[in-house]
Ligand binder design. Structure first.
Ligand code: BG6
Length: 481
């Protein structure tokens, strides 16, 4: 069992979840900087006015901004071939509106890229991972306005030009299809319909008309970014990034099949259909009509979408769901900022996310059949409570088991003929959770001594999974024992 030669093994993070230094060296406030901490049982809040005495996890996170050299050295020790991270837009353009970029922000990421290159680690950069400048929310309601497209493209031009020759792979918007859900209105699109008072993170005031129009603007922004990247450097490869959360019908009732198909269309396929094929899929026209949603297209938008299709497809994959019209037969389960019906054949993580490695093989086949584009899985992993054993170490066999099972299924997908060229597991170093805003939900191969009560010295320690992943990479996926 081996993966294709040159397979890109590595890990993934996002600036707002690990850097900290939220207001250092000229950085502005991003949408994640006004999200408070939370937990598995109490929701995060979005506070348009920063509240004194309130805890905001992105403000210090795991202090990677000051420790990136140490962290990348550890990634290199594991043998990473690729490292996926995001540039925090607000380090480059603090409000999104400036004419000139912030040199200190540009220099920080240049050093980070150089540090990766020093170890032959290929950078894979997400341009926007839930890090829209908050000023653009206040002024334009995020991507609800076309003006935000221009701000994004200005930022893209700056980083594409600055890092030319040092970077090959870019992703436009993290989990863009989160924007098909109310919770993603804020996170993925920067839409906040209530600025006067704090909002519960999982339940922002939603207006589907505004949300889907903002999503359209993001499609245009993504397509323009792809075109611009190719103009600036023909070697640049630009991908889309989706949450892939496959749904199965709970029963063989044909009504469950249709419900599942509709759900998968909207959730899993709509955005990638636009970004990979270059036009809106027909099934969405009916959905818009029946839900009184009217997408306003400016002259030229259709051409832009056609001309700005992506070079490769990427996704996060953590879990799957079921769908059913027979609600009495199923229980609701939580997932990655969404929900569905539980699957009696699957077990779930401590946060209720159903673990389904075979679903990854299934999804990869579906994606490849649909687009015939190279694919990379850029997030996957187990959020778990890690406890130190008596010997002071983290023996995270449960994480190894989860990752092994998913890598085995990726290999099956490769044998099925899927053109899979890389894998970056999520949170290769412990960081702050996106949905619950806590440290307690850990994904890393590297343990970070930092806790939700504000204690901990940020020191880093290797877990058992660190040594295991090192072996996996060294054997190109052959040695999973
Ligand atoms: C993805 C996001 O949704 O899932 C990441 O791109 C996030 O930012 C990851 O951290 C895991 O989710 P969570 O809520 O466990 O951090």
């Amino acid at each position: 069992m081996s993966f294709p030669k040159g397979f890109l093994w590595g890990g993934a993070t996002a600036a707002n979840q690990l850097e900290g230094a939220w207001n250092e060296d000229g950085k502005g406030i991003s949408i994640s900087d006004i999200s408070t901490g939370g937990s598995a049982t109490s929701s995060k809040r979005i506070t348009p006015q920063l509240q004194e005495g309130t805890y905001y996890p992105s403000h210090v996170a795991i202090d990677h901004y000051h420790r990136y050299k140490e962290d990348i050295k550890l990634f290199a020790e594991m043998g990473f071939k690729v490292y996926r991270f995001s540039i925090n837009w607000t380090r480059i353009y603090p409000t999104g509106l400036e004419d000139e970029p912030n040199e200190k922000g540009l220099a920080f990421y240049e050093d980070l890229i150089d540090e990766c290159r020093k170890y032959n680690i290929e950078p894979l950069i997400t341009l926007c991972h839930y890090e829209i400048p908050f000023e653009l929310v206040k002024k334009y309601n995020g991507f609800a306005s076309r003006k935000t497209i221009d701000c994004f493209i200005k930022y893209c031009r700056t980083v594409f030009e600055r890092y030319k020759g040092k970077v090959k792979y870019w992703l436009t918007f993290n989990e863009i299809n989160n924007g098909t859900n109310p919770v993603g209105g804020y996170l993925a699109l920067g839409v906040l319909n209530e600025l006067e008072k704090p909002t519960e993170f999982m339940h922002p005031k939603d207006d589907p008309q505004i949300r889907f129009q903002a999503l359209h603007h993001e499609f245009v922004a993504s397509a323009l970014a792809v075109k611009l990247a190719h103009e600036i450097d023909p070697h640049y490869q630009v991908g889309c990034m989706q949450i892939m959360a496959t749904s199965y019908p709970l029963t063989p009732d044909p009504a469950d099949q249709i419900l599942t198909q509709q759900h998968n269309h909207r959730m899993n396929w709509f955005c990638s259909d636009v970004q990979c094929r270059g036009y809106y899929p027909s099934y969405m026209h009916r959905y818009f009509k029946e839900n009184n949603i009217h997408i306003e297209m400016a002259d030229g938008d259709e051409e832009i979408l056609k001309e700005g299709t992506v070079d490769f497809y990427t996704c996060s994959y953590y879990m799957s769901f079921c769908q059913t019209v027979h609600t009495e037969k199923g229980n609701e389960v939580a997932g990655n900022m969404m929900g569905g019906t539980s699957n009696p054949y699957l077990k779930a993580s401590d946060w209720g996310w159903q673990i389904d490695p075979i679903g990854l093989r299934y999804s990869l086949n579906e994606i490849y059949d649909r687009y015939q584009l190279p694919i990379m899985v850029v997030e996957n992993g187990l959020g778990a409570y890690d406890k130190k054993s008596e010997d002071g170490k983290i023996h995270d066999q449960y994480r190894i088991d989860y990752l092994r099972a998913h890598i085995e299924q990726m290999h099956e997908a490769v044998l099925d003929g899927v053109d899979l060229f890389g894998y970056t597991s999520w949170g290769c170093i412990d960081l702050v959770s996106a949905s619950t805003g806590e440290y307690a939900k850990r994904y890393g191969y590297i343990y970070v001594n930092r806790f939700d009560d504000g204690t901990g010295d940020f020191s880093r320690e290797k877990k058992d999974s660190f040594y295991w992943y090192k072996k996996v990479i060294a054997s190109n996926g052959e040695d999973l024992a």
